[in-house]
Design a protein. Structure first.
Length: 374
């Protein structure tokens, strides 16, 4: 059996090696490394896939910053979001002088509990920032209804959910990140479509807003050496775009591979004592950036898997409101009990496009053997 990886980036590369190598050589020969050539090609192809406007940028954190800069919010304005996410979701808000306001998450989906959102809306609330965690959408229809009622922006952190479909109650579908006013994506190497370095993108269906975001990402430029607004320098380089353009061709195939691995985990772990497998929402597909189980003896299982040569990861070991850097928000232990419990009980198993049945069988048998001795 081949070595089991948490995310087998090199193994996936080998399946596309000739195409990726050729694409990289094309960029090198062209010497068009910044904001041209392959970057424009990739933006256009991703825009067609998502049916929206796409602005490539440096990384997922920059995507979030660009989104909120484009909305012209004022210092002290409040943004409702989740305490159970990667830190950049909140980091950007604090750096911009905005105030993150947390609501707890649902224990099954790990996403915002929409029933709690209205209770924290104030006159200072300007936006809702849902995170489509681990590859499954938050309840966007309910979030959009609240946003319309209170005239709020909706910015989607879709960094873990490229390719996920949100299913409205009337059967209409939209891709994660294209549902609210602005969507944000990351091309971190382990993501559903991953670069060989950093990369990100911002989506919006509003062409005027798209032009503004593109300007902000390029120093606020209107024309060469003419600057109409304060901006930043956030670029997806052409080498990364060339790699991503190849990978985008295979996104549906790769999503199916992740979903197939998830079904195998489901089938073999659903009746294992003490294990809670991921919940599937009726309003969203799941692209399984991570396959995350819950159990009380999480740390012990992690150590057990290590002895078997099986990697696993904890996303995330401490809720954001309890992180030292965010004590300024004045939340305390007990404020968000679901997020706090998840931080102590979640464990992500290996999940990527190259997992084979032999590896999957070995992983589930290792989990089962722990359950029998725990």
């Amino acid at each position: 059996m081949q070595t089991i990886h948490m995310s087998d980036i090199y193994g996936q590369y080998l399946t596309m090696k000739a195409e990726i190598d050729e694409a990289i050589q094309e960029v090198i020969k062209s010497t068009r490394f910044i904001k041209s050539g392959k970057v424009l090609d990739f933006e256009a192809k991703l825009a067609r896939y998502l049916n929206t406007n796409v602005i490539a940028c440096g990384n997922g954190t920059d995507a979030l910053q660009l989104a909120f800069m484009a909305l012209d919010l004022e210092p002290g304005d409040e943004v409702i979001t989740t305490p159970f996410s990667f830190v950049s979701t909140v980091e950007v808000l604090v750096l911009m002088g905005l105030k993150p306001v947390f609501v707890d998450v649902c224990p099954g989906t790990f996403n915002l509990d929409v029933a709690q959102i209205e209770t924290v809306i104030t006159s200072k609330t300007k936006a809702i920032l849902p995170v489509h965690l681990f590859g499954q959408c938050a309840n966007m229809e309910a979030i959009l209804d609240l946003a319309q009622k209170y005239e709020l922006y909706v910015v989607e952190d879709a960094c873990q959910a490229l390719g996920t479909d949100y299913i409205f109650s009337d059967g209409k579908k939209k891709k994660a990140g294209t549902i609210g006013d602005i969507g944000c994506n990351s091309f971190f190497p382990s993501k559903n479509v991953g670069a060989f370095g950093d990369g990100g993108a911002v989506y919006t269906g509003n062409k005027t807003l798209a032009e503004k975001i593109r300007s902000i990402a390029n120093h606020g430029m209107k024309a060469k050496y003419e600057y109409e607004r304060i901006g930043i320098n956030s670029r997806l380089d052409s080498l990364q775009a060339a790699i991503l353009e190849v990978k985008l061709k295979y996104i549906d195939k790769h999503i199916k591979a992740r979903q197939s691995a998830a079904r195998f985990y489901d089938e073999h772990l659903q009746n294992v004592s003490g294990i809670i497998i991921p919940v599937r929402s009726e309003y969203s597909t799941h692209t399984f950036h991570q396959y995350t189980i819950q159990l009380d003896k999480r740390d012990a299982l992690k150590m057990h898997l290590e002895t078997k040569g099986i990697p696993s990861m904890v996303y995330y070991p401490k809720a954001l409101h309890l992180q030292e850097a965010y004590r300024i928000l004045a939340y305390h232990e007990g404020h968000f009990p679901v997020a706090e419990k998840l931080a102590n009980s979640v464990l992500s198993l290996p999940m990527h496009t190259e997992l084979d049945e032999e590896q999957l069988k070995y992983i589930v048998e290792a989990v089962k053997s722990f359950s029998q001795i725990a």
